[in-house]
Unconditional design. Structure first.
Lengths: 451, 297
């Protein structure tokens, strides 16, 4: 049975290959005419309702710009998209514009396959004054804006106001410090007669991004050389007292049961929060809509700033999300068309629509004047906290965020370290030291390959 | 290769090769060429996008065997194989044995048993992810009903590999049952009839007729299961990403991480070459060991 099936499969595959080979020969012979719209390719990496919103914006652009035709291609998640880009560089098949996640910034610069958008900003004397300075700061390297911020978010603390009331806490006052969170979680944790925890006060997913935020909240760097922004990163610096403090606080709460460890998936902590199985959680601002829809009035949702240790000063949040990159090696008309497209995607009207549909921040302040956005803000006053948190963040090397070519690996190592500490297999110091050794080895190798 | 002693025309060879050409072409494109390319890649340093730069000999292989992480991955792979292969085979054999009974409507059950085969790994993993959910999952609900302590299926390093194995066993059941069922149905009925006349109990019949006559099938399933479990990737990628604390970081997943995330193409290639040899040697060993124990009619 298997054999004949295999035979059929092979015959079928051969047929398909032949058909492709034959049909492939015929295309690409269209003559280039002056009146035809300039075609550009845009790779994006967000699915679900965010992907839908992206497609809507692209369609809008195409219908309002008859001289440009944007072909939007979904390339899977951020990681898959950047892997496809790697394969497309040697074969010169890169897209014109691509959405790349925050931590891919150093890799994109080192790939030498990009054009900084600064080139077009300077050329057109494009007015950037309405764009959020905190967001621009992340994507500015060596005083050049490399990519245009597009979808931006930060984490915030979500809490269940109804449970706060029941526990005798002030529901209008979110816990601001690590110490506040610990104290609140103790009151919010429910136990049964045997002392087993039935509802923890806090659940935070093991997500490297949160750890990066806790460092920035304490004004501590993630890597050396000014977070890799004064000169190229040669080693990480997260194995610091601030890093240890974060893990000691977090694991202490997991140990006494006031916080629960639900693994790496934010989807799981989000679900627990919506189901009322935890009183507080930390998640991206981008999930506010999902949380509000999920809770649907069962309880009051409160939002607060990311917590920090009581003695920490001058810290803040690092923005996350993704930006739009221009790839090099395309014709001048195509590059011009790409720039038009990027400007359109980040303009006030589009960003207001984007914010309402997805929960990401508008990257330009001009979007806040949009009447639809004002209505949205009235509906979800919780979002104001996120914007305040962003504007309260001082811009410095530590809140700009680390630049690291091997950031994906580093995040993975950090998550592994957090797991070891939360599971009691290692101390904060040892786990961070081990992660730092591994990542430093990877940095050394990376810096050799980019030389 | 066998070459006939007398000089004959090349025609038969050409004819034979032309029949094989489509499959040879596919094998060369998708198996032999990538294999040779991986060997080459494992001996070179690469740039950021994976192009070879400097020849470094066997340095990556030395790195690999001196790193704790690789040995850890190897161990996780061995454990995963132990957790999945034999339990998967035994459950499949049991279900196939039941599905082989001549009962009214048994075809419905045969279809249900073969069902996991038709679900893609991503779909199955997403379903299990919901079942494993620590607070709102079905498994958590059942544990609660029976007043058992809650288990963090995917977040506890002691449970994660077992949880992933559960998914892999379930996914493998469909294929195994179909093969076992085929094997069971090819056993001649008269053997059971005469054994029954001699007064052999069903258990005796199972041990002395079914098992020996099923041995070629079992042998096949065993080898395929081992190869499959050493190459399992989808479940791990979706459910645990190698975590927690590296407890599910099997070799295939480690190759994926090193190659596609850590920009460590030559290391990933070296790992895949080693995995290739491990599976090759294991398969040869199984043939050597089991060929003599297997009863072929």
């Amino acid at each position: 049975m298997t054999k004949s099936f295999l035979k059929k499969l092979i015959t079928f595959a051969t047929l398909i290959i032949t058909v492709f080979a034959i049909s492939g020969c015929g295309t690409k012979t269209e003559p280039v005419s002056e009146n035809k719209p300039v075609k550009i390719v845009f790779w994006y990496a967000v699915g679900g309702k965010v992907g839908e919103a992206t497609k809507t914006l692209v369609d809008e652009f195409n219908s309002s710009h008859p001289d440009i035709q944007v072909e939007a291609v979904f390339q899977g998640d951020y990681d898959s998209a950047i892997n496809k880009l790697k394969q497309s560089i040697p074969s010169k098949g890169t897209p014109n514009v691509m959405q790349v996640y925050d931590i891919g910034t150093r890799f994109m610069i080192d790939s030498k396959a990009v054009i900084p958008v600064q080139k077009w900003i300077d050329q057109e004397k494009f007015d950037m004054s309405t764009y959020e300075p905190n967001i621009l700061a992340y994507y500015t390297v060596d005083n050049k804006l490399y990519s245009m911020p597009f979808n931006t978010s930060t984490p915030i603390l979500y809490y269940n106001k109804t449970m706060f009331k029941e526990a005798g806490l002030d529901p209008e006052n979110s816990p601001k410090t690590f110490e506040d969170v610990t104290a609140a979680a103790q009151k919010l944790t429910n136990r049964d007669a045997n002392g087993t925890v039935t509802r923890p006060g806090l659940s935070v997913a093991i997500y490297g991004w949160f750890f990066e935020q806790f460092l920035a909240e304490q004004n501590a760097p993630y890597t050396n050389n000014g977070n890799g922004r004064d000169s190229l990163t040669t080693a990480v610096s997260f194995n610091s007292p601030q890093g240890e403090k974060t893990l000691a606080w977090w694991s202490g709460m997991v140990k006494d049961g006031t916080a629960s460890n639900m693994g790496r998936k934010t989807a799981d902590t989000l679900k627990a929060f919506i189901a009322g199985q935890t009183a507080m959680t930390i998640d991206s601002t981008g999930n506010l809509g999902d949380i509000m829809d999920g809770v649907n009035g069962k309880f009051d949702v409160g939002t607060g700033f990311m917590p920090h240790p009581a003695d920490a000063k001058d810290g803040g949040v690092i923005i996350g999300g993704a930006s739009l990159w221009m790839l090099a090696g395309h014709s001048d008309p195509e590059e011009k068309a790409s720039w038009e497209f990027i400007k359109f995607m980040t303009a006030a009207k589009q960003q207001a629509f984007w914010h309402i549909k997805t929960g990401y921040f508008p990257v330009t302040k001009a979007a806040y004047d949009d009447p639809d956005l004002k209505k949205y803000e009235e509906k979800y006053p919780q979002f104001k906290v996120a914007i305040e948190q962003l504007h309260n963040t001082p811009i410095n090397r530590n809140t700009q965020g680390g630049l690291l070519g091997v950031f994906t690996q580093s995040r993975q190592e950090i998550e592994s370290a957090i797991e070891q500490v939360l599971n009691g297999q290692s101390t904060p110091r040892d786990a961070l030291q081990k992660a730092s050794d591994t990542v430093n080895g990877a940095i050394e190798r990376y810096n050799q390959t980019t030389k | 290769m066998f070459i006939p002693p007398q000089k004959k025309s090349l025609w038969p060879l050409v004819q034979g090769l032309s029949y094989l050409a489509p499959s040879l072409l596919l094998f060369i494109c998708f198996v032999f060429y990538p294999l040779l390319k991986s060997i080459q890649l494992s001996l070179f340093n690469t740039d950021l996008i994976g192009q070879e730069t400097i020849y470094i000999g066997f340095q990556r292989y030395i790195d690999m065997f001196s790193s704790l992480q690789f040995l850890h991955s190897l161990w996780a792979t061995v454990l995963f194989t132990i957790y999945t292969v034999l339990p998967g085979m035994l459950i499949a054999l049991g279900l196939a044995y039941i599905a082989n009974w001549q009962l009214r409507g048994i075809a419905v059950f045969q279809t249900i048993f073969a069902f996991p085969l038709s679900i893609a790994v991503a779909g199955a993993s997403m379903i299990f992810m919901m079942l494993f959910n620590p607070t709102a999952g079905v498994f958590a609900y059942f544990l609660q009903i029976f007043h058992l302590p809650a288990i963090s299926w995917l977040a506890d390093p002691n449970w994660a590999l077992i949880s992933v194995s559960l998914v892999a066993i379930w996914r493998g059941l469909g294929f195994n049952i179909i093969i076992f069922l085929g094997g069971l149905q090819s056993i001649p009925k008269h053997l059971y009839e005469s054994a029954g006349m001699d007064g052999a109990s069903p258990w005796r019949q199972f041990i002395d007729i079914t098992l020996p006559l099923l041995s070629p099938t079992s042998f096949f399933v065993f080898i395929v299961s081992i190869i499959n479990s050493m190459q399992t990737f989808g479940e791990i990628n979706i459910l645990t990403q190698g975590g927690p604390s590296e407890s599910t970081n099997v070799i295939v997943y480690s190759i994926y991480r090193e190659g596609f995330f850590n920009l460590n193409y030559s290391y990933a290639s070296a790992e895949s070459i080693i995995l290739f040899f491990i599976i090759l040697l294991l398969t040869l060993f199984e043939f050597w060991l089991l060929e003599r124990k297997v009863f072929y009619r």
